[in-house]
Write a protein that binds this ligand. Sequence first.
Ligand SMILES: Cc1cc2nc3c(=O)[nH]c(=O)nc-3n(C[C@H](O)[C@H](O)[C@H](O)COP(=O)(O)OP(=O)(O)OC[C@H]3O[C@@H](n4cnc5c(N)ncnc54)[C@H](O)[C@@H]3O)c2cc1C
Ligand SMILES: NC(=O)c1ccc[n+]([C@@H]2O[C@H](COP(=O)([O-])OP(=O)(O)OC[C@H]3O[C@@H](n4cnc5c(N)ncnc54)[C@H](O)[C@@H]3O)[C@@H](O)[C@H]2O)c1
Length: 494
Amino acid sequence: MKRYDIVVIGSGAGLMVLEEALNRGMKCALVEKEKVGGTCLTKGCIPSKMLVYPADFIREMERSKRFGINTRRPEIDWDTISKNMWEQINFHKKIESNLLDMPNLTLYKGAAAFSGLDELVIRYEDNRPEDRICGDKFIIAAGARSLTPFFPGLEETGYVTSETFFGEKFPPKPWNSLVIIGGGAISMEFAHIFSAFGTKVTIIARSGRLLNKEEEEISQFVTKQFTGSGIQVLTDSTVLAVSKDWNKKFVTVENRLTKEKVTVACEEIFVASGVQSNGDTLSLENTEVEVDEKGWIRTNSYLETSQKNIWALGDINGKYQFRHKANYEALILSHNLFKDTKKEVSYDVVPWTIFTHPQVAHVGMTEKEVKEKGILYKTAKNYYSEVVGGIAMGYRKRDEDNGFIKIIVGQDKKILGVHIVGPQAAILLQPFVYLMNQGYQCGKNAADCTGKKGIEGLRKLCPQMGTYEPISNSMVIHPSLNELTAWVFEKLEG
Ligand SMILES: Cc1cc2nc3c(=O)[nH]c(=O)nc-3n(C[C@H](O)[C@H](O)[C@H](O)COP(=O)(O)OP(=O)(O)OC[C@H]3O[C@@H](n4cnc5c(N)ncnc54)[C@H](O)[C@@H]3O)c2cc1C
Ligand SMILES: NC(=O)c1ccc[n+]([C@@H]2O[C@H](COP(=O)([O-])OP(=O)(O)OC[C@H]3O[C@@H](n4cnc5c(N)ncnc54)[C@H](O)[C@@H]3O)[C@@H](O)[C@H]2O)c1
């Protein structure tokens, strides 16, 4: 049986650890059952954003008359949009061929499952004989996949998920009508994309509001924008049945509160109701790796699992399923595996953006979370219509799409949460992430930096750390949208 120094399962963020191991001359194996590059490249962040940008552009053209530019309804060149998207996905071929040329690396294009504490069996779709390999260290970076709940009639009717959309069910042209089941990130981004391309979109969400991890007022704001652009939103809804006739599909839902039933007809159904762990494909019962009640692999702050030669990172640990979080963990794990010291992960400052129109960006706690923790806090809001950058874009005080930033800060001026809805929200949010992380590395090893132990010692030396003071003491480029996020602090009362 072939033995490797490091075996990586999954070629998304797992590739980053693999690269570090190869740079150190280690003998490595990579096992990947699908396209090399993982979800983000082949069926997630990257191809979806190739569709989001043209959709944003359409929505911006629609509102351009506000600042004096009249346009006609743009014509959608689906072939070009799709071509650009597939070019990104097809990058997986180049990555694969580069990996095949790497000395010290064996790429196994099959599905890995543990057959012992340090052994894997690799099975192939084309019925080639299985391979068996063993290793000193295993990195599980096998991600997650769509979770499709049981709805009567769904399987017989047929549907798409993000996997099949970026695969065999990619439509030859935008659908005429689409029902999306789910009210989270995937649902909202696809609703934005297809509604901008002219599809009649209906969102069916089980919860009481869309984007229920966001500030309530941001959920409401986005929902209003969506309904204003013609998207039908059914919240508090349970799918009762799915069916089809010769050219249409039907989804019957019941409102949990009113018990009212409606049937929505559509050309296609997109299920985006969350994800499940790929841990169940790995025969973890043959290891000592523990999973939680939902099947996510338990990892500690060093990304160690409960078995000493196995580590896990990315979506499969169930924590904040974003590619930037997986990348961050891959860097920390590479450090822990290949350097003499150990670093801990911290999930105190995990940002994200939902790429809808308007964009939604989030870091830190919501107001509700701060309240629940009993922290004394203040909040303030600033609207796009209050800065020249926003006014020039056509935003006025009473406009329904006049987005805003909402900040939540502690009594000690520490930034606790920042929430932005509107143009360029992701870019505007990022500086807050840096500020909130100020002193992070030092804080973990405060004794090295200051001679005093712990983050509290460090903050005594530098009370400004993690506060918003660097923003309020800085010049802000005028007139730019940065004024939206800098001047909000002037609105804090008390
Ligand atoms: C439509 C969509 C849009 C998204 N947009 C964004 C975004 O804009 N920003 C963002 O930050 N995140 C986004 N995400 C989430 C992001 O894609 C994931 O958080 C990220 O890709 C997780 O990386 P990973 O390395 O943990 O897992 P993955 O990238 O999923 O890699 C896991 C790999 O393991 C392979 N694998 C699984 N089981 C086995 C097995 N038994 N044997 C061998 N191989 C196996 C899989 O085939 C896969 O290639 C999006 C996700 C989706 C679905
Ligand atoms: N921009 C981004 O960063 C981005 C974009 C897309 C996806 N992602 C990631 O991909 C992952 C998967 O996204 P997702 O949108 O599938 O998951 P999600 O957890 O964000 O949302 C799932 C939604 O489906 C709803 N739901 C669950 N069961 C339902 C049912 N039976 N009927 C109706 N609604 C139901 C839930 O209430 C929730 O609103 C997320 O973890 C997300 O972080 C990130």
